[in-house]
Design a protein around this ligand. Structure first.
Ligand SMILES: CC(C)(COP(=O)(O)OP(=O)(O)OC[C@H]1O[C@@H](n2cnc3c(N)ncnc32)[C@H](O)[C@@H]1OP(=O)(O)O)[C@@H](O)C(=O)NCCC(=O)NCCS
Length: 221
């Protein structure tokens, strides 16, 4: 029997997390949990789906850990709200780092992070809490990824960069070394970030420019 784990969420990210935690971690997923208004089916992947509001009744915080398995919905705001709420209720939030990721010994990875296969995380990197790094990213030496960030796939974050809290980095995006991506940015697929960005904006192209009049909070995820 592995360490008991409840997955918060029942969508695609939760079902993917179920696969990875089950096949590549020492956790044992014991249930899914969603807010009551989103309860649809009583079971998922052969496990119960419980109302999040009274999760303590079945899985108390001293008996089970949770992982908030929600993608970039609402520019990461939904995952952030549930993560903060779970911690406030006394739950410890698990992290998953693929056995097929390369993580240097002194890299730091926060709580409720999910690091897929093929990520390369170099020396002295710091990754905050509640971040999702989908497959195949390069996070270069000394870079700092803030809390609540979602990095899609095959992004290159060069050395000494900062990725601001709450940001989304699209597939195949590239950051030149030492650039600072501000908080709450959306970096479009394939964008090349060559200079520091401004918070709350959407950047596309090579070299990347802010999309005029577009707020990152208006992007539908
Ligand atoms: C950047 C992005 C979020 C913009 O979405 P949006 O806010 O709906 O914006 P629109 O599609 O209306 O595009 C706005 C403008 O930016 C351009 N644009 C959008 N994405 C672009 C990109 N990746 N590269 C270059 N230009 C892009 C559009 O052509 C449009 O330009 P126009 O006004 O001259 O026609 C989206 O296109 C994107 O790249 N998403 C990331 C996809 C991804 O990484 N998915 C991973 C799986 S989670």
């Amino acid at each position: 029997m592995g360490r008991p784990l409840v997955l918060i969420g029942a969508g695609e990210m939760a079902q993917i997390a179920f696969e990875y935690f089950t096949c590549d971690s020492d956790y044992e997923v014991v249930a899914f949990s969603v807010e009551r208004e989103y309860l649809r089916a009583p079971t998922l992947c052969g496990l119960p789906v419980l109302a999040y509001e009274d999760l303590e009744r079945v899985h108390a915080p001293d008996r089970a850990e949770v992982f908030v398995a929600v993608p970039a919905t609402g520019l990461n705001r939904l995952r952030t709200r549930l993560f903060q709420d779970a911690r406030r209720r006394g739950y410890r939030c698990a992290r998953y780092v693929s056995s097929r990721a390369f993580v240097w010994r002194n890299a730091e990875i926060g709580e409720n992070c999910f690091v897929f296969e093929g990520n390369v995380i170099q020396p002295f990197v710091r990754i905050g809490d509640n971040c999702i790094l989908w497959s195949g990213n390069h996070i270069g030496h000394r870079s700092v990824v803030g809390d609540n960030v979602f990095v899609a796939s095959h992004a290159v974050v060069s050395g000494y960069c900062e990725i601001g809290a709450g940001s989304f980095v699209g597939v195949n995006a590239t950051c030149n070394d030492r650039v600072r991506v501000a908080a709450d940015n959306v970096i479009g697929a394939g964008a090349l970030i060559v200079r520091d960005t401004e918070p709350g904006r959407v950047y596309v192209g090579s070299p990347a420019r802010a999309v005029p009049g577009r707020s990152s909070f208006d992007v539908a995820f």
